[in-house]
Design a protein around this ligand. Structure first.
Ligand code: NAX
Length: 332
């Protein structure tokens, strides 16, 4: 094994569908590269803990050369101890008859406890990616409850970016790798705004490569927004392998510098860029710099149509923040 210190990744919900699809690829070196050992701290609750014992056996049976250590636990402090990255996937799913407010309250409590445990037990330089829904507001709760660094907490919008790229590629008749500069603005929800106007296809504006602008405005946007529901309808279960893949894409894109001229989508604490309200975890186009820090891409044009869409998702996030603050008795 390489003599480098392992990167320790804590994963909640590790025996769930997304967790199970993510951890084997983390252990294989697919995220941090073939010379970078990885240690996994796998966290579960309830029946998930029994399943986790089996997952641990499978990790052993995979004999990964880069896997330096595996911790399996139901204890948050043990789970987050020494973590460089926390991948917060575990959450209670919304059940029939449950209002969004109820979900924010139930999951909000989980993310209060997790944010505080991360602050106590992870490395001071830890970075946190929240996948469990409602991921933007859960990330804000963990950030504020734990007093975590404002540049260290992220929520996942990469699955939406990847879905948008695939749809633009199919419409333009090109391979998905030709589509770049796709930003997802706002909430990981049906109000998100997948920005086609700044996207490029083969180096040209997507609005040139795709002449059908009515399709971009009226078909593409709702198709991206509703893609998760379409997968549930077809598969009978929510996106799992593609969600795990997007979580790993996010980690990789935040770990390595972004290629010149491109960006990636992730939700971060708004600093007021583009006039968006400060203090919500908002999806932006982001670039990772050579020193490992990141920045919101500046100077993009948002026309009146885009501004209108961005305002809708901003309003939803402000409402979620108010609802969660009230449900948790916290000033978020
Ligand atoms: P599963 O129900 O398959 O797995 C969740 C796992 O989390 C279970 O094993 C459960 O025991 C565990 N868990 C629950 N509460 C926990 C806690 N407090 N601490 C540790 N573990 C806990 O769901 P899965 O399909 O893996 O989805 C997980 C989450 O991802 C859901 O909230 C889902 O809504 C969200 N998603 C987010 C996406 C995004 O783009 N941000 C897309 C996919 C997915 O819908």
């Amino acid at each position: 094994m390489s003599s480098r210190a392992p990167i320790r990744v804590a994963v909640t919900g590790a025996a769930g569908n997304i967790g199970y699809a993510a951890i084997f690829r983390l252990a294989s070196g697919a995220v941090f590269g073939p010379d970078q050992p990885v240690a996994l701290n796998l966290i579960e609750v309830g029946p998930g803990l029994d399943a986790l014992a089996g997952v641990r056996m499978e990790l052993e049976d995979a004999a990964f050369p880069l896997l330096a250590d595996v911790v399996t636990t139901g204890d948050l402090d043990e789970g987050f101890r020494g973590a460089d990255w926390c991948l917060l996937i575990g959450a209670v799913p919304r059940k029939a008859g449950m209002e969004r407010k109820d979900l924010l309250g139930i999951n909000g409590k989980i993310f209060v406890g997790q944010g505080q445990a991360i602050a106590r037990s992870a490395k001071p330089t830890v970075r946190v990616l929240v996948v469990g829904n409602p991921c933007n507001t859960n990330a804000l709760i963990a950030l504020r409850a734990g007093g975590l660094g404002e540049d260290r907490v992220f929520a996942m919008t990469r699955l939406d970016e990847n879905r948008a790229k695939a749809m633009l590629a199919a419409k333009a008749g090109v391979h998905v790798s030709a589509v770049r500069n796709v930003g997802i603005w706002g909430n990981h929800s049906a109000t998100q705004f997948p920005d086609f106007a700044n996207a490029t296809v083969g180096g040209k504006p997507a609005t040139q490569a795709i002449a059908d602008h009515a399709w971009l405005r009226e078909t593409f946007i709702p198709a991206v927004q509703q893609r998760g529901a379409a997968v549930i309808k077809a598969r009978g279960a929510s996106s799992a392998a593609s969600a795990a893949n997007a979580a790993l894409d996010t980690l990789r894109s935040l770990h390595f510098p972004t290629p010149a001229g491109d960006w990636h989508s992730v939700a971060v604490l708004s600093d007021g860029s583009y006039g968006i309200a400060k203090g919500v975890i908002f999806g932006f186009p982001v670039r990772t710099k050579a020193d490992g820090s990141w920045e919101i891409v500046q100077g993009l044009t948002l026309d009146a149509f885009a501004r209108e869409k961005v305002a809708i998702t901003e309003k939803e996030l402000l409402e979620e923040r108010a609802t969660a603050s009230e449900a948790l008795g916290l000033a978020l």
